[in-house]
Ligand binder design. Structure first.
Ligand code: PGA
Length: 240
């Protein structure tokens, strides 16, 4: 595991973007696992800069998103489909056919999750980007999720719904279910970059890196991954 402690969010975004940009430069048809949430926004801005200044092209890049809410439209502004369009895809030359994001269709969630797993089993993800929840979740692998899960549908914990309330008007609007790559799926990625910034993430980072490896703190499952890079700021590192 490589731990990179940065002075702030901007530096963390820059460090993560350097790894992704080098990956795409060295292998233009890279497969990148993408995350949503507030953490990777700065990194995506830097990837867009890299595209605009001619350093990288996404023409041959394939992406697989980590997760999506269930029961909201792909056009809902808080859907992860909309997030990816607004924060990355609309500004780069990625081909629509190379973009994979789990469907938000609640009714067919199980079948769609299985198909997503099958699609992921046909490729080797070169880099998986991850944030971490205040409760140590990755994607929507909430505390208690088995390390053996592939892509699956899950009911969200109240803590996660409250963490995500800032993106919605009322708690009732926050979806109750989501679909996510499982820990087993994530672990198969050749490289994993987990980013966290701010004091609210300090306990989760401590638990991930120093606590027991346990489904109670899903991110701890990644600790023994052969190529894990943890990029955090000083606040998120403050309990280490
Ligand atoms: P955040 O979410 O990037 O918005 O903090 C991360 C997560 O919950 O996985």
């Amino acid at each position: 595991m490589k731990l990179v402690i940065c002075k702030d969010y901007d530096e963390a975004s820059l460090k993560a973007s350097e790894i992704v940009i080098n990956q795409i430069k060295n292998k233009p048809n890279s497969v990148i696992g993408l995350a949503t949430g507030s953490t990777p926004v700065g990194l995506y801005k830097k990837l867009i800069e890299g595209f605009k200044n001619g350093e990288i092209s996404f023409k041959q890049v394939t992406t697989f998103n980590l997760d999506e809410y269930l029961g909201i439209s792909h056009n809902h502004p808080e859907s992860y489909h909309a997030f990816m369009r607004d924060n990355l895809f609309k500004d780069v030359d990625i081909q629509e056919k190379n973009i994979h994001i789990p469907s938000s269709d609640l009714k067919n969630a199980e079948k769609n999750a299985l198909n997503y797993t099958k699609a992921l089993q046909k490729v080797q993800v070169d880099i998986q980007l991850l944030g971490i929840g205040t409760n140590g979740h990755i994607g929507f692998n909430e505390p208690g999720s088995s390390f053996d899960n592939e892509t699956f549908a899950i009911a969200l914990t109240e803590q996660t719904r409250h963490d995500n309330l800032r993106f919605f008007n009322t708690i009732e609007e926050v979806p109750t279910h989501a679909v996510t790559m499982g820990i087993k799926t994530i672990y198969r990625s050749k490289k994993i970059i987990l980013m966290a910034t701010g004091l609210t993430k300090a306990d989760a980072i401590y638990g991930m890196l120093k606590g027991p490896i346990t489904p109670d703190l899903p991110a701890s499952a990644l600790r023994n991954h052969p190529d894990l890079v943890v990029i955090i700021d000083e606040l998120a590192a403050s309990k280490l």
